[in-house]
Design a protein around this ligand. Structure first.
Ligand code: E4P
Length: 218
């Protein structure tokens, strides 16, 4: 499973990229708005850091407007993926962009029929929103599993991005369910390295070494 980071913050992207963990980045209008920088400046900077797909979302709500924005934004860097919201106009745009060789990520997917429609339109990526489904009392991970099964069953080329990830357990389940990608915010992404038994084990190893008077290795 690939790891994307779900942020537009340059410092966070740089830090996680330096760990060798980053396969791509997802942004959305809310994440871009937080950074107080121009959209193009930010996306170009991110694309310069990360060797992998970088999702940038359109804001037009009609097909023609989406296509104009998408073609413009796609020209900023080779690794840009255009994020399109799930809606009829959006799916028309995905079909056209796919035919033009522009990769798309259909966002705001909350049901299996929406996922199927996005795959049929030719989306390169589909993004079921786990946390937001959990928030309203349903099981977001169930949708991820259903999307993976559907893609395998019908042999679509689309990849599932488990999105709206809130904690480590979401990532564990995404791995178990065969999600192609999980896009994870900075804080839970760093928590993936941690386990209390790792910390205890490491500190005990060092204590035993020191107590035995073994000294430095070099
Ligand atoms: C995905 O691409 C979205 O940017 C993101 O995962 C939304 O997550 P949220 O529900 O935490 O805003």
């Amino acid at each position: 499973m690939k790891f994307f980071i779900d942020t537009a913050n340059i410092e966070q992207i740089q830090e996680v990229n330096d760990l060798g963990l980053l396969d791509g980045v997802t942004t959305n209008p809310s994440l871009i708005a937080k950074e107080k920088k121009g959209f193009r400046e930010l996306i170009e900077e991110i694309c310069g850091i990360v060797d992998g797909p970088v999702s940038a979302e359109v804001i037009a709500q009609d097909c023609d407007g989406m296509l104009k924005e998408a073609r413009h934004v796609a020209g900023w860097a080779d690794n840009i993926v255009i994020k399109i919201p799930m809606c009829p106009e959006g799916m028309k745009a995905v079909k056209t962009l796919t035919a033009e060789g522009i990769r798309t990520n259909v966002t705001l997917i909350f049901s299996l029929p929406q996922a199927l429609i996005a795959c049929k339109a030719g989306a390169s990526f589909i993004s079921p929103f786990i946390g937001r489904i959990d928030d309203i009392g349903y099981d977001g991970m169930e949708l991820v599993g259903d999307c993976v099964d559907m893609i395998n069953e019908f042999c679509f080329d689309s990849e599932v991005i488990s999105a709206s990830v809130r904690h480590v357990q979401h990532v564990v389940q995404a791995i178990q369910l065969g999600s192609h990608i999980a896009t994870v915010p900075y804080a839970p992404l760093l928590k993936l390295f941690k386990h209390p038994l790792t910390d205890i084990g490491n500190s005990n190893f060092l204590k035993d070494w020191e107590n035995a008077g073994l000294g430095d290795i070099l």
